[in-house]
Design a protein around this ligand. Structure first.
Ligand SMILES: [Zn+2]
Length: 486
């Protein structure tokens, strides 16, 4: 009996090994097709360049934003998707109109180049003494609580050289909130990137309009103002006009219906919207047009995966993940949230070498997919890391307990310096690296959509809370008003 049992076990192991080997072979066969298709026919780089030329920036709620939505829709149709749809939603939109910043001594006020941060007032007129609040952290105010009252604050966006050890920087929106708390009439933040680079982004924690003007000036101007304040009294005058109010935006959703499990869904997302100072080539033309090209690749190869894949171009990410929140809300209302088995997000994903996911339980499957991908191209390492972070379109899915993940990559220093800045232009995009994003991410999508089983399930509320605590995300979620476990 013992011997027989051993034989049974032996033949069982042999069979499983064969099965695993067969699966690996099947995966590799499709991966080789994906690889060849992307390397010879990828349109990601060209289409991004073309859209930038034709449209420019893709600010949510603006005419440009609407053109970008239509461009993505038409392109997906042209790639053969019958099932493409707009998913409209309403946002508290914001668009800059005019800004005039003058600094000097009374009778000799000189213009300084500046941009408004998003969510600043529709109309503001502020004048007063300019005071240097260092890093603009709470400790800078508590050291001299009345210093900012009735004044206009100058503070650094990033920590100044020589800042106390262990000082933790705050988001620009938190710095604006502190200026308001300590009675300032306005806040001018200066960038840390050389060359007069101007940065935008939202200055509001809650998404509501600020009560004071908040703007950004370049590094050199910031340093010049700091030394002039040190030498003597400086006055600042700000006049700003912006457009704010309810605006319409549309996510774009293209679907391939699964052959075996049509009610199980892999959502592949990337935000199409950008800020308005530049065409947002890296943030996130890179991710959005990579996602569109992943969709093209699946259609070109006629891939019919077991599970449904939805390729989603989100709008409103920059204003606070508005498009992905609308998508999730829609799924909650439709009772279809449990159909989403995985969400893969591509935000500034460039030249990936590895995969990642929120849950450690995804490791075996992701490593198997990674191994097959690295068989096709050894420059792809195929390693896996489990981690959870915030501030992109996976967040609303993650907070509903849906497993999320993606592909890990790297950007040049030059590209990182232009984050949210006026220099985020097409010249920062590397065609070959963008193609790598498309091919290795398409392999991950296929691996998930076609897996016999996905080992991780939607988390319970208790498990979501634990995941957030384990990843040190409580404070950030509280600041954003997204902590729900009190
Ligand atoms: Zn982004």
């Amino acid at each position: 009996m013992k011997k027989y049992g051993f034989l049974l076990l032996f033949s069982y192991l042999l069979c499983c090994q064969r099965l695993a080997a067969q699966q690996q072979f099947d995966l590799e066969t499709v991966f080789r097709q994906i690889n060849a298709e992307v390397l010879s026919h990828s349109e990601a780089y060209t289409r991004l360049g073309e859209s930038i030329q034709q449209i420019g920036h893709r600010l949510t709620g603006s005419p440009n934003g609407s053109k970008a939505e239509q461009y993505a829709f038409d392109l997906l149709k042209a790639y053969g998707f019958e099932d493409v749809a707009f998913q409209p939603f309403t946002v508290n939109g914001w668009a800059r109109e005019s800004l005039d910043l003058r600094i000097g001594s009374s009778g000799n006020m000189q213009p300084v180049k500046a941009v408004a941060l998003a969510s600043t007032p529709a109309s503001a007129s502020a004048a007063g003494e300019l005071v240097d609040m260092g890093n603009g952290l709470e400790s800078d105010y508590t050291a001299n609580p009345d210093k900012a009252k009735g004044k206009i604050v100058l503070a650094a966006l990033n920590l100044l050289p020589g800042s106390p050890e262990g000082a933790k920087n705050l988001h620009r929106s938190a710095k604006a909130a502190l200026a308001i708390k300590y009675g300032a009439k306005g806040i001018i933040l200066f960038n840390s990137v050389a060359g007069g680079t101007l940065l935008t982004g939202t200055a509001s924690i809650t998404g509501d309009l600020l009560t004071i003007p908040a703007l950004c000036v370049g590094l050199e101007d910031g340093n010049m103002l700091k030394s002039r304040i040190a030498e003597g009294k400086q006055e600042a005058a700000i006049e700003m006009k912006n457009k704010a109010g309810k605006m319409q935006a549309r996510n774009v959703v293209a679907r391939i219906t699964g052959s075996e499990y049509p009610n199980e869904k892999i959502v592949v997302g990337g935000h199409l919207d950008s800020w308005d100072l530049s065409p947002g080539a890296v943030d996130n033309g890179l991710g959005a047009f990579s996602v569109i090209d992943m969709a093209r690749t699946f259609k070109a190869l006629g891939i019919k995966p077991k599970r449904t894949i939805e390729f989603v171009l989100f709008m409103g990410e920059e204003q606070g993940l508005l498009g992905s929140k609308a998508y999730v809300q829609h799924a909650v209302s439709a009772g279809s949230l449990d159909q989403i088995r995985f969400m893969l997000n591509f935000d500034m994903t460039n030249d990936p070498k590895s995969y990642h996911a929120t849950l450690e339980g995804s490791r075996t499957l992701f490593e198997e997919i990674g191994r097959s991908a690295s068989m096709v191209d050894t420059t792809f390492k195929g390693t896996f890391a489990a981690s959870a972070g915030l501030y992109s379109d996976h967040q609303p899915f993650m907070l509903q307990g849906i497993p999320t993940g993606g592909a890990g990559g790297a950007l040049s220093r030059e590209a990182l310096n232009c984050y949210h800045a006026d220099c985020d232009i097409f010249a920062l995009i590397n065609e070959q690296q963008m193609r790598n994003t498309v091919r290795f991410s398409s392999m991950l999508i296929y691996g998930l959509a076609n897996a016999d089983a996905i080992p991780v399930k939607r988390m319970s509320d208790t498990d979501i809370k634990q995941l957030m605590l384990d990843n040190n995300l409580e404070e950030s979620l509280r600041l954003g008003g997204d902590w729900r476990w009190d």
